[in-house]
Write a protein that binds this ligand. Structure first.
Ligand code: HEM
Length: 143
């Protein structure tokens, strides 16, 4: 990830990072199989859960994880911390039986959300692609 790419990822993430509920709702809507893994939300209509406190709590954790990651990118000295956080996420989700294919669906929906909510050009798209490739490389090694 070049310095320019890191700053594109940071500046575009800053435009959506407070839309936690909207982001998680779009991921659930596009992927009922992901929603199905959350016991308190499984099988429910997304519109009926999206305004609940429980949904906001989960959305805040999941989207907040990305904010933590994005906050660390672009600085070589943060690479060990990026590895640690990503490996912990892999371990907690592997233990729940979440597949890497489901992470792939999550990624596709997140990119789709971004492409519809930030100004999206070739440079932004490729910056996110490299950043997510790096993240997924660590997430899926040893999965
Ligand atoms: C919990 C992040 C993908 C299912 C969590 C938590 C975080 C998180 C931060 C809370 C801490 C923890 O328990 O580990 C993410 C991120 C993802 C992702 C950043 C994508 C890059 C997925 C996918 C699924 C999933 C694809 C299901 C197919 C769950 C479940 C929980 C959870 C079931 C526990 C919820 C509960 O406490 O009831 N996730 N997650 N996650 N995640 Fe994910």
């Amino acid at each position: 990830l070049s310095a320019d790419q890191a700053s594109l990822v940071k500046s575009t993430w800053a435009q959506v990072k407070h839309s936690e509920v909207d982001i998680l709702a779009s991921i659930f809507t596009a992927n009922p199989d992901i929603q199905a893994r959350f016991p308190q939300f499984a099988g429910k209509d997304v519109d009926s859960i999206k305004d609940t406190g429980a949904f906001a709590t989960h959305a805040g954790r999941i989207v907040g994880f990305f904010s933590e990651i994005v906050g660390l990118i672009g600085n070589q000295s943060n690479v060990p911390a990026l590895y640690t956080l990503t490996e912990q996420l892999a371990a907690s989700h592997k233990a729940r039986g979440i597949s890497t294919a489901q992470f792939g669906e999550f990624r596709a929906s997140l990119v789709s959300y971004l492409s519809n909510h930030v100004s999206w050009g070739e440079n932004v798209a490729s910056a996110w692609n490299v950043a997510l490739d790096n993240f997924f490389f660590v997430l899926t090694s040893n999965y």
